[in-house]
Design a protein around this ligand. Structure first.
Ligand code: GLN
Length: 484
């Protein structure tokens, strides 16, 4: 049952072949069986899920159900869920119960979907390995000695082990695409502004974007139909029509021009990963696409630019966690300053503190022009590279991550090595364009993703391009032996 696509589950639910309660119980049983080892979920909302499932069954019986009614899902623990702990994997918010729902949670609930629980992640979404979580690391179901990627590693592991049929994630610098690559999933980071950020705990507000983590492009398209759209409560969400993302999945790829940035295939890329990615691209050629070498000359600026912009924004966003209004508060503070400093000192983990310090420094008087402003200028150059490339090509392809999943502890002592995990994904966030990662093959049993990058609001095209590939290949259907 846990190998069915969303359309198949929908048909089974609507025909009465299975009830939502049965389906939900099936996934709760799997979570119960496997989560102890994987640590993919921080909170499992069993009772609530079964109540939602009952309500979905009623809608189905009354013929008032939509396509997703009754289908279970897992939310990254960065989305506020009313009445349910929303921790962002931080000690700071360990006891925080959100008083309201994020817009996407509201929309997904309104579609009749069933929330199984909240998935583990890097603390405040800062990381690429899920090792910074207050609740401990998440294991990669493909090899439990390896990381699942991050920061949406809990959603990725839950999906890879089929503990949920679909999950949400967020991507500030690669946090949907890199774990999707490391766990053999289809993950989409939409255009900045396509999906509301209201109720999604802010890391770097000008980069953060939510998206689906799925077993196929078709499933991702189904969830995109629900998640997308303007929200007056998020001033950066874009008021633009939402297409039916499933409608163009089968469009022909004849005449599609794919740009291959030479900067993506050079130094730093594992040669075996390069071979997998090149084979996938050849497959596209055989499906009617044309290939064109392009250049994104400012690619090398992406990681340093990001590590000024993202920490600057997070230092500002996280200042609200002060022990007074939100989160962890120390016992017996001596005075106000002691309350602030000890609450923050105890509540935040090491990586979060590192970023707050970098960001505070970059924004401080005298350094703002030298760092933050400069970074914003670099950001414009990176965006212009993409706009220029899209004058000649329809989409860009390359690796999602430089290597397959690595072992626990391998990069924890070297923050810069960890930061390089996102070398192919970060520039997409800086430009605000959409990108996705799809399963493209394996190296010694570990998955490798292909990244597809599109122009602004080209999500439907990306999903179409991914879907056509998934009609011809079955990489996305592979699952780890131990969780079958
Ligand atoms: N790995 C990047 C970071 O650590 C990106 C994280 C993300 O996309 N949330 O900031």
């Amino acid at each position: 049952m846990h190998n069915k696509s969303l359309p198949e589950l929908s048909t089974a639910l609507h025909s009465g072949e299975i009830s939502s309660v049965e389906l939900t119980q099936h996934y709760l049983d799997r979570i119960n069986k496997y989560n102890g080892d994987l640590n993919a979920f921080i909170t499992v909302t069993d009772d609530r899920a079964l109540e939602q499932a009952k309500a979905a069954d009623k809608l189905l019986a009354d013929k008032k159900a939509g396509p997703l009614t009754g289908i279970p899902l897992a939310h990254k623990d960065i989305f506020c869920t009313k009445g349910v702990r929303t921790s962002c994997a931080s000690k700071m918010l360990d006891k925080f119960v959100a008083p309201y729902d994020a817009t996407i949670v509201e929309k997904i609930d309104a579609a009749g979907m069933v929330t199984l629980g909240k998935t583990n992640m890097d603390e405040f979404a800062m990381g690429s390995s899920n090792e910074t979580s207050y609740y401990g690391p998440v294991k990669n179901p493909w090899d439990t000695n390896c990381v699942p990627g991050g920061s949406s590693g809990g959603s990725a592991a839950a999906m890879a082990a089929r503990l949920a049929p679909i999950a949400t994630g967020t991507d500030t610098g690669g946090s949907i695409r890199q774990p999707a690559s490391l766990c053999n999933l289809t993950g989409l980071k939409p255009t900045y502004g396509r999906i509301s950020r209201y109720g999604m705990i802010a890391f770097a507000s000008s980069l953060d974007q939510a998206g689906p983590m799925a077993n196929s492009a078709e499933d991702a398209a189904w969830l995109m139909n629900v998640m997308s759209g303007f929200d007056e409560r998020d001033s950066t969400s874009v008021d633009r029509d939402v297409p039916d993302y499933t409608a163009s999945l089968n469009d022909s790829l004849e005449g599609l021009t794919i740009g291959l940035p030479k900067e993506y295939f050079g130094e730093g890329l594992d040669s075996k990963v390069a071979a997998v990615v090149e084979t996938a691209i050849k497959q596209y050629e055989s499906m009617g696409a044309k290939l064109k070498e392009i250049t994104l000359p400012n690619t090398a600026l992406a990681v340093p630019t990001y590590y000024v912009v993202a920490p600057a924004e997070c230092s500002s966003n996280l200042s609200r966690m002060d022990g007074v209004r939100f989160g962890h508060r120390v016992e017996d503070p001596k005075d106000l300053m002691d309350l602030y400093t000890r609450s923050r000192g105890e509540g935040f983990g090491e990586e979060v503190k590192r970023r707050i310090m970098i960001g505070t420094y970059a924004l401080s008087a005298g350094y703002y022009d030298a760092y933050y402003l400069k970074a914003q200028q670099c950001r414009r150059l990176i965006r212009d590279d993409f706009l220029k490339a899209f004058e000649d090509v329809d989409v860009i392809m390359g690796p999602s991550a430089p290597t397959p999943a690595f072992r626990f502890g391998e990069k924890t002592d070297d923050p810069v090595a960890m930061y390089m995990e996102d070398i192919y994904t970060i520039n997409v966030n800086l430009a605000g364009i959409p990108g996705m990662s799809i399963p493209a093959g394996f190296i010694d049993g570990m998955p490798v993703g292909l990244q597809i990058i599109g122009n602004y609001f080209d999500e439907a095209r990306l999903l179409n391009i991914a879907h056509k590939y998934q009609q011809e290949t079955d990489w996305h259907k592979q699952m780890p032996e131990a969780f079958k």
